[in-house]
Each structure stands twice: as structure tokens, then as C-alpha cells.
Ligand binder design. Structure first.
Ligand code: FAD
Length: 445
């Protein structure tokens, strides 16, 4: 495995003074906010010009590394946009703003096809089985997972991902392209490897990012990683290493069309069942005392209802994959982020403080806690498609059996943006000025 490039310093080391550097991704909202503020000087033209460069581990100074915080909504899109527009005009920061909306696009797009992710998960074990049935494919797969392929640079990315839980966007694109078109492995298993190791691993951005590279999002539009592009955009990372040392001479020179294995009906648009808006003040259901608990999940660790809840409880982290557990780094981050969110519930309410459960709980313990605390309603942020959504939906019946209602409320941001995420990004992207306007964030060029 080629590790040396990790230790090579870029020629220009002034990044250390300017950017966020790569200090480890801390699992608290406070650390997310610090990273957001530290990145602000770089979110304008510098981002536009340099965001595609992968400098390597510890040197991702031209991108924000905010994805773990946005993924779990430890900070939310509206606050990121608000902060960036306090530092830059829309014109100067348009690229960064657009990338934030890419996240919203993928989230909304998947929401419009809410059978896709469960079906992808259902097919995963069969996909693995097919690979394991062929000695050659299985060896290829095992070597890719171990970061021991003939493409040294690919192995470096595996090592970086496992060590840090993060990869630069361009590295993700190159990695996925090499996985599919050079190593000829199924995209499904690559997406699964990513989601278990990326701290920001997300059912929408990850599954659809892989499908985009594979040419399945925009039919036939595949993404090919080329030595020339990698050399240009990862120059500082690669140093003086030759194509042979990096394995770049082995990269596929062309892509091919992959068959769509998901059935037609899961790709069809399905209507979103819009729940109550985020600030809806909801009265107590007939026959209830109105003891309401806020339920937190890893999908949204900052949303708060309009009325102070009587209690607050968090659901334990959800397994991200049907095949294997998430990496210890991912589990550690999510565990700590949930604890941080619970702790934060003990502050900041204008009236009485809610009773807060001591730690994140699995389903049985969670229901027991709600019963012990005499709660008769649970209120929760809308759960986008993914494992936590399925678990929260499955709670409805056992909660009802205990006389406890479950109510979901959706953030205004999602209500605003998602209706425009059902087609291509272009249709959503051209509305960004309107979105900012509605959010009262529009600022002159
Ligand atoms: C194959 C593949 C898999 C991916 N898997 C994930 C994933 O599991 N989770 C995830 O959050 N992103 C994923 N992405 C998108 C993107 O690579 C990451 O969001 C980005 O690299 C995060 O780094 P950053 O915070 O430094 O980004 P910045 O460049 O600083 O961008 C700011 C924010 O905008 C959003 N963003 C930026 N680029 C994209 C993009 N292309 N798609 C969606 N949102 C974007 C992120 O929330 C990011 O934090 C994937 C991309 C590809 C090609």
C-alpha cells in the first residue's frame, strides 16, 4: 500500500494559517460551528477556484469539511447559507452555495422516490453473493476493501477514508469511477463501503452519487477518472510519483453502460407526504394530557419544536448497511453527536427545562422511558429516507399500543427546496436566488 504521499508537504504551506486544516472532525455542534466560521474566508472565490483540488490527508483546506455536521444536521443548511452570505456576496460565494444545494437536491430527489433506497438495501446481500460466487470478482472485491489493489492511489484513498472518515469530493468521484470501470466491481458494493466509512455517509448523497458516476442517474452519462485529470487536480498530493507508482497507467480508458438492476417502479416518482410545518403549534389530542417528548435521531440533531417539550429522548444510531456495521470511527462520531445533542437539550429553552434521557436508547428502552415519564405524545423532525426513517415509522404502532402518539414536523427549508428536486439539478439550481429570497438571505451581487 502506498502511504508515502500522506506525509508529503505541499510546496506552499501557507494553508496552515488560512484554512480549517483538517483537524479531526469533532462530534459536537460547537466544533461544527467553529469549522464553519474558520472556513468562511475561503468560501468565496477561493472555493470556486480551488475546490476541485485534492491535497491529501490533513490538507483539505479548499473545502469546508462541513459534511459530517450537515449530514446529521448538527448545523443546518439555512445557518450555513446565512453565515456564508454574511461574509460574501451571492456572486462571490455562488459555487459554495450551489454545492450546499446539491445536498438538498439529492435529499429531495430520493424523497421523491422513497422505494429506491429500501430496494437497494434489499438487493445488497444478493449483489454480494454474486460477487462471492466468482473467484476473480471476490478477490478483486477483497483487495479493494483492504486497499491492496494494483492502483496505489486508490489504496491511498482507502487508507485515508478508514483513518479519517472523510474523502474529498473529487477523490470520491475518482474512487467510484475506478471501482466501477477499472476494478469492474458493482457500484452497489462500493456505495456500501463508502456509507460504512464516511462520517457523512448519507443514503441520498452517497447512493445517488454512486449512481451518478455509474451513469444510472442521468442515463448513459458515466464519469471516467482519467490520469490527466487526477494529475491536474491532485498534483500536490501526488508529488513526484510516477503513473506507474500510482497505478494510473492501469485506469480504464473508457466507460461502459451498466444495466439498471432496480425495478422500474422504484425509479418512478412517488408523492411526498408533507407533514406539519416546523413551527406548527399543535394542540393536545383529545383525551391526552399533552406531555410531549422530543425524539432526536441522527438525521436531525438541532431541530426544536415551537413549544418546550416535557422531555427529550434520542434513538440509538441506526445501522447504515444491510451487509456490515459502520466503521468504529463512524459509530464513535454518531454516538458522541447524539450525546452532544441530548446535552444541548438541557439548555436554551425559554421556560421549564425538559427531562432529558441520559443516553440514546434502542426501541424497547425508548418506549419504556416514555411510559415511565408519563409522556403521551412524541414529536420528531421529519425523517428523510434512510434507516432512521424506517425505525421511526416502525415505532408508531408499539407507541400507539401504549397510548402514545407520534407526530412529525418538517423543516421549512425542506418544504421550500424539495418540491423542486424531482428532476435534474438544473431545475433546482436556477431557483437558488428565489430560495435565498424566501429565506430572507438574498444579498446583492
Ligand atoms: C460517489 C460519491 C459519494 C458521496 N457520498 C456522500 C455522502 O455519503 N455524504 C455526503 O454528505 N456527500 C457525499 N458526496 C458528495 C460530496 O462528495 C460531499 O458532500 C463533499 O465531498 C463533502 O465535503 P465538504 O464538506 O468538504 O464539501 P464542500 O465542498 O465544502 O461543500 C459544502 C457542503 O455542500 C454539500 N456538498 C458539496 N458537494 C456535494 C455533492 N457533490 N453532493 C451533495 N452534497 C454536496 C455537502 O453537504 C458539503 O458539506 C458523495 C459524492 C460522490 C461522488
Amino acid at each position: 500500500m502506498r502511504q508515502a504521499s500522506f506525509d508529503e508537504q505541499p510546496e506552499n504551506t501557507s494553508w496552515k494559517l488560512r484554512g480549517t486544516g483538517d483537524s479531526a472532525l469533532g462530534p459536537t455542534r460547537e466544533q461544527g460551528l467553529q469549522r464553519l466560521l474558520a472556513f468562511m474566508p475561503n468560501a468565496g472565490k477561493a472555493y470556486q477556484n480551488h475546490r476541485n483540488s485534492d491535497f491529501g490527508i490533513g490538507k483539505h483546506i479548499h473545502v469546508s469539511m462541513l459534511s459530517p455536521y450537515l449530514r446529521h444536521r448538527m448545523i443546518d443548511e439555512a445557518e450555513v447559507l446565512q453565515t456564508v452570505l454574511r461574509h460574501h456576496s451571492h456572486n462571490a460565494a455562488f459555487k459554495f452555495i450551489q454545492e450546499v444545494f446539491w445536498r438538498s437536491y439529492w435529499k429531495g430527489w430520493l424523497e421523491h422516490r422513497n422505494l429506491l433506497w429500501p430496494e437497494y438495501q434489499r438487493q445488497l446481500p444478493m449483489c454480494l453473493q454474486r460477487v462471492q460466487e466468482s473467484k476473480h470478482s471476490n478477490e478483486n472485491y477483497e483487495r479493494a476493501l483492504a486497499g491492496q489493489t494494483d492502483v496505489g492511489l486508490f489504496n491511498d484513498w482507502c487508507a485515508e477514508l478508514e483513518q479519517t472518515g472523510y474523502l474529498h469530493n473529487h477523490a470520491r468521484m475518482w474512487f467510484a469511477s475506478i471501482w466501477i470501470f477499472t476494478l469492474r466491481l458493482p457500484w452497489e458494493l462500493g456505495a456500501d463501503y463508502f456509507v460504512r466509512h464516511l462520517i457523512d455517509g448519507d443514503p441520498a448523497s452517497n447512493t445517488l452519487g454512486w449512481r451518478w458516476v455509474a451513469g444510472l442517474h442521468t442515463a448513459g452519462k458515466t464519469y471516467l477518472a482519467t490520469p490527466k485529470n487526477i494529475r491536474t487536480c491532485a498534483a500536490l498530493r501526488l508529488g513526484a510519483s510516477t503513473d506507474q507508482q500510482l497505478g494510473l497507467h492501469r485506469l480504464a480508458t473508457h466507460t461502459f453502460n451498466l444495466p439498471e438492476k432496480l425495478p422500474e417502479q422504484v425509479l418512478q416518482k412517488t408523492p411526498i407526504a408533507w407533514p406539519a410545518p416546523e413551527n406548527a403549534k399543535t394542540g393536545c389530542a383529545p383525551g391526552k394530557r399533552g406531555r410531549r417528548a422530543l425524539l432526536l435521531t441522527e438525521e436531525d440533531l438541532t431541530w426544536r419544536p415551537a413549544q418546550t417539550p416535557a422531555g427529550c429522548v434520542a434513538m440509538s444510531p441506526s445501522p447504515r448497511s444491510a451487509l456490515a456495521p459502520s466503521s468504529p470511527l463512524v459509530r464513535g462520531f454518531v454516538d458522541a453527536a447524539l450525546s452532544d445533542a441530548l446535552q444541548r437539550q438541557q439548555h436554551g429553552w425559554s421556560d421549564t427545562l425538559p427531562t432529558v434521557a441520559p443516553k440514546a436508547l434502542d426501541e424497547t428502552a425508548l418506549i419504556d422511558w416514555l411510559v415511565e415519564q408519563g409522556m403521551d405524545e412524541v414529536i420528531c423532525a421529519y425523517q428523510p429516507m434512510g434507516p432512521a426513517r424506517l425505525r421511526v415509522e416502525a415505532l408508531r404502532e408499539p407507541l400507539a399500543a401504549k397510548g402514545i402518539g407520534l407526530q412529525l414536523q418538517m423543516r421549512d427549508y425542506d418544504r421550500l427546496v424539495w418540491p423542486h428536486a424531482s428532476k435534474g439539478f438544473f431545475q433546482l439550481g436556477m431557483r437558488i436566488p428565489d430560495f435565498l429570497d424566501v429565506m430572507s438571505l438574498a444579498r446583492g451581487a
